[in-house]
Design a protein around this ligand. Sequence first.
Ligand SMILES: Cc1cc2nc3c(=O)[nH]c(=O)nc-3n(C[C@H](O)[C@H](O)[C@H](O)COP(=O)(O)OP(=O)(O)OC[C@H]3O[C@@H](n4cnc5c(N)ncnc54)[C@H](O)[C@@H]3O)c2cc1C
Length: 295
Amino acid sequence: MKPAPFQYHAPASVEEVLALLAEHGDEAKVLAGGQSLVPAMNFRLAQPSVLVDLGRIPELAYVREVDGGLAIGAMTRQRTVERSDLVAARAPLVAETLPHVAHPQIRNRGTFGGSIAHADPAAELPAVLLALAGSCRLRGPRGERVVAAADFFTGLFETALEPDELLLEVMLPPLPAGSGWAFCELARRHGDYALVGVAATLTLSEGRVESARIAYLSVGEGPVLAPRAAAALAGRSPDEETIRAAAAAAAHHDVDPTGDIHASADYRRHLVEVLTRRALHRAARRAGPIEENDA
Ligand SMILES: Cc1cc2nc3c(=O)[nH]c(=O)nc-3n(C[C@H](O)[C@H](O)[C@H](O)COP(=O)(O)OP(=O)(O)OC[C@H]3O[C@@H](n4cnc5c(N)ncnc54)[C@H](O)[C@@H]3O)c2cc1C
């Protein structure tokens, strides 16, 4: 398959990108790593008449420490983030998750921001961004704005990005002291989109859960946060009984998965429960005194 004809632009600055988006509106799409957009164009699921390539804007690719957390430029390749010592130190949940995203060849081209902007409900990074309470810095003709992950993902492949806006960077706040994290998923083959995945963070204070954020992929129209599971953990010791109760709350109250050719709704619900238990046990171990041995 070949894409429908399109005009190609390769601007050298963010300002030029924004001018092109302002000029062409809905007709234009930005091209990041092309690992989702180009197949969609080849299948004619997407038919932008103008393509604005971000590949010649090096200032959009970086990983920086900011106030103890991280800022990741939208055009940073997924593989670069995966191999970053700074990410391993400051956002280990991201480092743990990235090997589950597609295959190394795809991560060499695919960008961190592209995955967030694409908002595939089966993608790992949006769920991780939600679990980490991260946010997105956007720029458009009306200036810059920062949108929390919880407000950024608005539906199936839908985000708060306006057609004339660009995702500039993703911001990840530091995890408080006493925090643990874990990512688990089940895919038929390593590198396939997962049937279900879960990203969890949990903060302990004097052996009890002070706060928890648990987010899922492949169970809704976007990444899904689990407030009922978090409430089942709050104020309790993260022992077997509490973790089982939280996982059951997630499976039966927080998610409402649908079935498809890959898995039935019931199987996905079952996976939510099993994977949540695994993720919470691992996160609790990392938050506790054995953290150094387990990281
Ligand atoms: C075989 C295969 C398997 C895959 N498996 C997985 C998987 O298991 N998990 C997973 O998460 N992903 C998977 N992917 C997708 C991959 O991770 C993509 O790289 C990612 O979804 C999109 O990133 P990209 O940089 O390639 O973006 P592109 O494909 O270039 O763009 C995707 C969309 O985002 C928009 N966009 C990109 N950057 C910006 C920006 N800065 N501002 C505004 N809009 C922007 C584009 O206009 C486009 O609509 C797979 C892809 C393939 C081909």
